[in-house]
Design a protein around this ligand. Structure first.
Ligand SMILES: NC(=O)c1ccc[n+]([C@@H]2O[C@H](COP(=O)([O-])OP(=O)(O)OC[C@H]3O[C@@H](n4cnc5c(N)ncnc54)[C@H](O)[C@@H]3O)[C@@H](O)[C@H]2O)c1
Length: 448
């Protein structure tokens, strides 16, 4: 049995983003004292006021309550925050460089702060990598930076673990509090035992591994999810051409316990802050060791092309889209979030503009973020306004409110055509409201 972590622990979370805040709130709710450190003073101020810097309502509610109770605080002083803590979670971003490789500068900078704090401390602290990093990053980049900067030895003076995060945006708090599994890769047994004990209140299955296996688990999971989505898109693209509705086909496929029902919904491709970057990063990492992953290259190429399927359907319905007014509903990478990182709305609208369409776009939450990527298109203040006078509409994100589009909104369109780019609408309901329905993987025509 791992040695028990006694009572309330002091925990430092470096990086107050999706992963950092979800982790900190989860540990705060379990009675621990959490300090977030972030280089962004605006973010620190926002967290200290109990306000999330992104849209994730259940997480914000709990953050507010814990900040009010004095259980969570935030600071820009990483060194001070690490010094005062027993566990240090590294939750900074690891975005793609143009080559596909991950940008490790935020990780390096977090490690330098940890090293500075450790230099002045004789306390055994556990450093936990939660940021997604390619195999061997923790032992060949993180470890030497901390050892060199602190003058201390990993496994003796401080502990080192890799604990990948599997949460999804839109359900960040639930996923963090009830993860499908907890993977702890540890350099030394002592730190692995301490981290296991910190998670003792969680009922999730827990796997102990070495550090590189833990790093690889995250990439193996995300590239499998990307494969499942792309496979669904492949089946759907064929179904549409064969005059078949892919929905019952994929539903039946998902009933096979060897396959499972989730992530089998076709659409305009996978986006968000994780899947595309993780596929690129693993492909790049494999190349370093002389392995050419044809599967990962194919996933990326297919994903690049998938938004064009929605445009093809639109052209099938209304012909040339040059100078036509096209409504795009949903700009976030999926419904329910305001995150636009790698959203498929960007290539979709870029292709529409290249074909000289006039684009008007709406999203319930993501317009302020998307406007920074595309300042010059027209934005509507509601789905109804977006559809007014449109010659066609593409639904790009599965916001539940788009299901409520009815006769009134449809009748204001110039050409009543809805392209369901996420298979989130009911074809019969769209038709009853007076529009022609075409969807990714929907090959049936005028009847259901
Ligand atoms: N977002 C997700 O859904 C998700 C899910 C699982 C894993 N991940 C992985 O977790 C990591 C974090 O992702 P995220 O979405 O939470 O990132 P994010 O961009 O939302 O947040 C990262 C935060 O770290 C801060 N930061 C950067 N350098 C810092 C430093 N040196 N010191 C202190 N703070 C610093 C940034 O200011 C930012 O607030 C990434 O590796 C990502 O791939 C993300």
């Amino acid at each position: 049995m791992p040695k028990r972590v006694q009572g309330s622990m002091k925990i430092c979370i470096i990086g107050a983003g999706f992963v950092g805040l979800a982790t900190g709130v989860t540990l705060g709710k379990q009675g621990h004292e959490v300090v977030f450190s972030d280089i962004d003073p605006g973010r620190v101020k926002s967290v200290n006021s109990g306000i999330l810097p992104f849209f994730e309502p259940p997480l914000e509610k709990e953050l507010k309550a814990l900040v009010r109770k004095g259980k969570l605080t935030a600071t820009t002083d990483s060194v001070g925050a690490v010094s005062a803590s027993k566990f240090v979670f590294v939750c900074v971003q690891t975005p793609s460089l143009p080559s596909g490789r991950i940008d490790t500068r935020p990780v390096k900078s977090a490690c330098n702060s940890i090293a500075k704090a450790l230099r002045a401390s004789n306390d055994y602290k556990v450093v936990v990598m939660k940021s997604t990093v390619v195999p061997s990053t923790t032992d060949s980049l993180v470890l030497p930076i901390i050892e060199k900067g602190s003058g201390k030895s990993a496994g003796k003076d401080f502990g080192l673990c890799m604990n990948p995060e599997f949460l999804q945006e839109g359900s960040a708090l639930r996923d963090s509090m009830e993860p499908s599994r907890i993977v702890i890769g540890s350099l030394d047994k002592r730190s692995g035992d301490m981290l296991e004990s910190l998670y003792k209140k969680m009922k999730s299955p827990l796997l102990r591994t070495d550090i590189r296996s833990a790093e690889m688990t995250k990439y193996a999971s995300n590239t499998f999810l990307a494969t499942k989505i792309s496979y669904s898109n492949e089946v759907a693209n064929m179904c549409e051409r064969f005059g078949i509705d892919s929905e019952p086909v994929l539903k039946a496929v998902g009933m096979d316990p060897r396959i499972g029902p989730l992530f089998l919904r076709p659409g305009v491709g996978f986006g968000g802050s994780c899947l595309p970057k993780d596929v690129r990063a693993l492909r790049d990492r494999a190349r370093l060791d002389g392995y050419n992953s044809r599967l990962l290259s194919t996933l990326l190429a297919m994903n690049d092309e998938q938004p064009q399927e929605a445009i093809r359907l639109l052209e099938k319905a209304i012909g040339d889209i040059g100078s036509k007014r096209i409504a795009v509903l949903g700009l976030a990478f999926k419904g329910g979030v305001d995150d636009v990182r790698e959203t498929r709305a960007l290539p979709l609208i870029t292709h529409l503009l290249a074909k000289r369409a006039r684009v008007v776009a709406f999203d319930p939450m993501a317009i302020p973020n998307f406007i920074r990527l595309m300042p010059t298109i027209e934005y509507a203040s509601s789905a109804a306004e977006c559809l007014k006078g449109a010659d066609g509409c593409i639904v790009q994100a599965d916001w539940p409110q788009f299901k409520k589009i009815g006769k009134r909104e449809i009748s204001s369109m110039r050409q009543r055509v809805i392209i369901d780019g996420r298979r989130c609408l009911n074809p019969a309901a769209v038709r009853r409201a007076g529009a022609r329905y075409l969807g990714i993987g929907y090959g049936l025509q005028e009847k259901d």
